[in-house]
Design a protein around this ligand. Structure first.
Ligand SMILES: [Zn+2]
Length: 349
């Protein structure tokens, strides 16, 4: 697919990035400490359209879905009966509106582009977000060279397939090795009207030696649905990974967690931004050689994708609460990650 190749000459957005996905702190360079005195949860989250370029997120050039398109391409609007599509190059995009000449879509870098067509996304109960993507935002890199960006995508594709086998329609925020802004990922799930979104990551730096997996699941303050999703993900993933006899690593407060800014709002962009109930799961530590070796196996992908699907299905069809609760929130110390990031648009057609 040419979708993985940046198109030369297209608009390059320079985006001040602090923490692309929030977690995976090796790439973020952001220390996180546990807070001894829990901060009360915020009853509501701020509007997701509010850009916060100073803290833990990318800039937000994303138009809202209802924004009037550029008059230069307004050649007769045709309201499509679907909210997203997969372009000819395999890139999932939100459809802003239809025109006589095609569809105005939101690109992975948050621009508007008119495309001639694609495969409609008729329904997506679940949005799967493979963390990171592209040549700059690799995420964590393991001791054997395994790159988080890639293992996240491999696992996400396996999860999509597993959910399809169970009759649960799902869509991915990215399908290849290209960058997608956090704002675009969040808006994609919201526009599709998904019931939930799961952002998939693998952690670094290395944790402390542990007899049990150090899975961490970050959830949204003020959302019971997000908290229950996080609890189910923690319960199913840790149970599945514990079947592997491994020298695990973990943080002392591994479990279901909230990470807060000093003002009490959720710190991570993929948690703060979506209206869709969302959880971000760090399944294990890519920085740990033993775990990195496991993550590179097909068996891991099979076991982990089944566990994630079990959690998602349980959220959809049961009232189970999940496990892993009780930790105080972590406090996020804003700090700039080194350098700035570039968002090179993939080819859409
Ligand atoms: Zn990550």
């Amino acid at each position: 697919m040419t979708a993985t190749q940046p198109s030369a000459g297209r608009l390059r957005l320079i985006i001040a990035v602090l923490v692309l996905a929030g977690a995976c702190s090796a790439t973020a360079g952001v220390p996180i400490v546990s807070e001894q005195t829990p901060t009360p949860a915020q009853p509501t989250r701020p509007p997701t359209a509010t850009p916060d370029p100073a803290i833990g997120d990318d800039a937000d050039p994303t138009p809202t879905p209802t924004q009037t398109p550029d008059s230069s391409i307004d050649v007769g609007l045709v309201a499509p009966d679907f909210a997203g599509m997969v372009t000819a190059t395999g890139v999932p995009v939100a459809v802003l509106t239809g025109t006589a000449d095609g569809f105005l879509v939101r690109t992975p870098c948050g621009n508007q582009e008119l495309i001639s067509g694609g495969e409609p996304i008729e329904s997506a109960t679940v949005v799967i977000d493979p963390g990171h993507g592209g040549p700059v935002d690799t995420g964590a890199v393991g001791p054997t060279g395994l790159v988080e960006r890639d293992i996240n995508l491999t696992l996400s594709l396996a999860l999509e397939s597993e959910l399809a086998d169970r009759g649960i329609p799902a869509a991915l925020t990215r399908t290849g090795d290209y960058p997608v802004l956090l704002s675009v990922r969040a808006a994609f799930a919201d526009q599709l009207g998904a019931e939930l979104m799961v952002s998939i990551h693998h952690n670094s730096p290395i944790g402390d030696p542990s007899d049990t997996p150090g899975t961490e699941v970050f959830v949204q303050s003020g959302s019971d649905s997000s908290a229950r999703l996080g609890g189910l993900l923690y319960e199913e993933v840790t149970a599945a990974l514990a079947t592997f006899d491994l020298a695990w690593t973990a943080a002392p407060d591994a479990g279901v967690l909230r990470v807060l800014l000093p003002d009490g709002n959720d710190a991570y962009g993929m948690i703060r931004r979506p209206i869709t109930p969302t959880a971000l799961v760090e399944l294990g530590y890519l920085a740990n050689p033993a775990e990195a070796a496991l993550f590179a196996t097909d068996e891991y992908i099979d076991v982990a994708s089944s566990a994630l699907a079990d959690a998602i299905e349980a959220h959809l069809v049961t009232d189970r609460p999940g496990t892993g609760f009780g930790n105080p929130p972590r406090m996020f110390r804003p700090d700039r990650a080194p350098g700035a990031d570039l968002c090179d648009e993939p080819l859409l057609e």
